[in-house]
Design a protein around this ligand. Structure first.
Ligand code: ZN
Length: 265
């Protein structure tokens, strides 16, 4: 059941809206989905993600990364660096499972396993979750709540955060990067199209005082914007409005709404 967040007193320090750059990191070479062969080499995505972190640092922006447990087990040092640099971490399944097809009990098992792997490797207790492929069902929020996940980011917005079965939803933008570019198969959208959509969502968030989580994927960005030139243009656009746009990670937005930090174990 969807209910509005009570006592919403606006964003901190007089900001007009809250904006989060989020990246789903399914695996290095594509996705952990069963039956899909990675089309991009590991080292290419690693190099790209390191460049991405450097770009974010140059703008003093902390982003949010939804990560897959299996990738974390294989490449824990990269993810440890993200935590050390102050970027937010959320769960994205253990093997990028399609949660919408699973029973509540099976979803609980996957959430618990992902949480455990993140706790063991990164020493943080995640509070946030995004279902792979944004696929969920009636049991998902109950499973998240039961496993101590306090917030999620699935709904298309931008909009004010709201609650679903006791879990805070911090909405995404109207489209993810793959909705415009395409995932495995190109949809014909260009980097310019993507930037246009992002600016449109930003403008809407600004006008309505909403939260806006921009949904991206490491491998999709690499595929369509390998030199990060369009992402840089977006960061320039946000930077010019820095005194009015609160650009942060989802943990901080959730904390502002009363959720405990992931760093509190
Ligand atoms: Zn994913």
């Amino acid at each position: 059941m969807r209910t509005p967040a009570t006592k919403f007193g606006g964003w901190p320090r007089g900001f007009r809206c809250a904006v989060v750059l989020s990246f789903d990191v399914e695996s290095w070479g594509g996705r952990c989905c069963k039956g899909l062969e990675p089309k991009i080499k590991d080292y290419e995505v690693v190099r790209f993600l390191l460049n991405l972190i450097e770009l974010l640092d140059s703008y003093r922006v902390k982003a949010h990364f939804f990560i897959v447990g299996k990738s974390l087990e294989q490449y824990s040092s990269f993810f440890k660096g993200l935590v050390k640099d102050g970027h937010g971490i959320g769960g994205h399944g253990y093997e990028h499972e399609d949660m919408g097809l699973l029973t509540r009990e099976d979803q609980e098992r996957i959430i618990a396993k992902t949480k455990y792997v993140i706790k063991e490797n990164l020493h943080i207790r995640i509070r946030g979750w995004r279902c792979p492929g944004l696929s969920l069902n009636f049991g998902t929020y109950c499973a998240l709540k039961k496993l101590g996940i306090a917030y999620a980011s699935h709904a298309k917005g931008p909009a004010r955060p709201f609650y679903v079965s006791g879990v805070l939803e911090i909405p995404l933008g109207s489209r993810l990067d793959g909705d415009i570019y395409g995932y495995d198969v190109s949809r014909g959208g260009t980097p310019k199209d993507w930037l246009t959509y992002m600016k449109r969502d930003l403008s809407k968030a600004f006008q309505t005082g909403s939260a806006l989580t921009l949904g991206m994927h490491g491998w999709v960005q690499y595929k369509y914007d390998p030199r990060l030139s369009v992402l840089k243009a977006l960061l320039d656009y946000i930077d010019r409005r820095r005194d009015e746009i609160w650009i942060t990670n989802l943990d901080e937005v959730a904390q502002h709404m009363g959720v405990r930090s992931s760093l509190e174990t």
